[in-house]
Design a protein around this ligand. Structure first.
Ligand SMILES: *Cc1c(COP(=O)(O)O)cnc(C)c1O
Length: 364
């Protein structure tokens, strides 16, 4: 058997004629930049998330950049985040000249541990940037309480959690500004780069909307320093096809996760979802010892695996100037050594799931 990790081919095939019609429509209409497809998609997005405003942008990374630029985060400021994430989270803070300040994660959820945040707050702290990793939201209520007590912004990095719930509230609806990604391998992916920003603050929305087009408020009239950060209209057309099917995809991913857990929980550490939360299973990530040997045994029998992420941010060469060292964030370091993601997509059959889990257990 040969297993497909994310099965983007199947995702295309399932609705191929709808995608093709939508894309041809954009091409023949010559609406390439910020056209009707983008506006329609933004309207659907804010309804889906139940936030007041949504803005399509060029990627998850640019969403993070635009959010922080619009909040005025700059040199001398500190932003508290997790070391156990994809580079873009911390990189964008540093791009603006601000300082990423790391706080260790909770071993059960892999998300920032809110009980450790207050100790990291200083006079320079401007924002808390939690990541909703693997598809499960961070502990937003607790984080929001800490933020309001200290007068800080909250920016949710929801690149992996679009569609996830926290006590009935959706990811991207619970912070000052939220950022998601439609990179192809994310739970809701387009056919290239794409992302979105969400907020309930009208002024912030207007500012981010201007900054998305070089800070322009009127043609060739620039109120802010911005960037070229628009969502491509072709990608918006693709996403307009995909969004109505997304809840069904989430259910199928949740079903796959449930089966994995039922078959694996007696043998290794399986992921846990906190009470009141749901996951969209951007990744199904287990913890094992001797990961490298296991990965190569599985590869031999046609089972691809991945590591999200092998090196925590505080130990990355690019952040050496921050002066962190091994041992500073022990839970992130243990997880970085032990995590391994299994194939995850809405199309995995029971047979494939059994094949994966049987081979996994056999090689432990
Ligand atoms: C994918 C990802 C990003 C960046 O999104 P892009 O669309 O690839 O730029 C940021 N943060 C996290 C946690 C991600 O997984």
């Amino acid at each position: 058997m040969k297993i497909d990790f994310a099965n983007l081919t199947k995702a295309y095939q399932e609705h191929s004629s709808e995608f093709e019609n939508a894309v041809f429509d954009v091409m023949s209409s010559a609406r390439y930049i910020l056209g009707k497809d983008t506006e329609d998609f933004e309207a659907s997005l804010k309804n889906y998330v139940k936030s007041d405003f949504a803005l399509g942008v060029s990627s998850g990374t640019d969403a993070l950049l635009l959010a922080m630029m619009a909040l005025g985060i700059r040199s001398g400021d500190e932003v508290i985040t997790t070391p156990f994430t994809f580079i873009a989270t911390a990189e964008t803070i540093a791009c603006l000249g601000a300082k990423p300040v790391f706080v260790d994660i909770d071993e059960k959820t892999f998300n920032i541990d809110p009980s450790k945040i207050e100790a990291a707050i200083t006079d320079r702290t401007k924002a808390i940037l939690p990541v909703s990793l693997y598809g499960q939201m961070a502990d937003m209520n607790t984080i929001n309480e800490i933020a309001s007590k200290h007068n800080l912004f909250v920016i949710e990095d929801a690149a992996q959690s679009f569609g996830a719930q926290y006590n009935g509230q959706l990811s991207c609806s619970m912070s000052t500004v939220s950022c998601t990604s439609f990179f192809p391998a994310k739970p809701l992916g387009c056919f290239g780069d794409g992302g979105a920003l969400f907020t309930n603050d009208k002024d912030l929305y207007e500012k981010m909307k201007a900054m998305r087009v070089h800070g322009q408020v009127k043609r060739y009239t620039h109120k802010y320093i911005g960037m070229g950060g628009r969502l491509d209209n072709l990608q918006a057309a693709v996403l307009n096809v995909k969004l109505p099917y997304y809840d069904e995809d989430i259910k199928r991913r949740q079903n796959v996760a449930k089966k994995y857990t039922a078959l694996l929980a007696d043998h290794l550490i399986t992921p846990e979802i906190e009470k009141g939360r749901t996951s969209v299973w951007a990744q199904y990530t287990i913890r094992v010892k001797d990961r490298t040997a296991l990965q190569s045994s599985l590869k031999e029998v046609g089972i691809p695996t991945a590591v999200h992420y092998p090196i925590p941010m505080h130990l990355q060469e690019c952040f050496a100037y921050l002066g962190y060292k091994i041992g500073d964030f022990p839970i992130s370091e243990i997880c970085a050594n032990e995590v391994m993601s299994l194939p995850m997509n809405p199309y995995l059959s029971d047979q494939e799931i059994e094949y994966i889990t049987t081979n996994l257990i056999k090689n432990l």
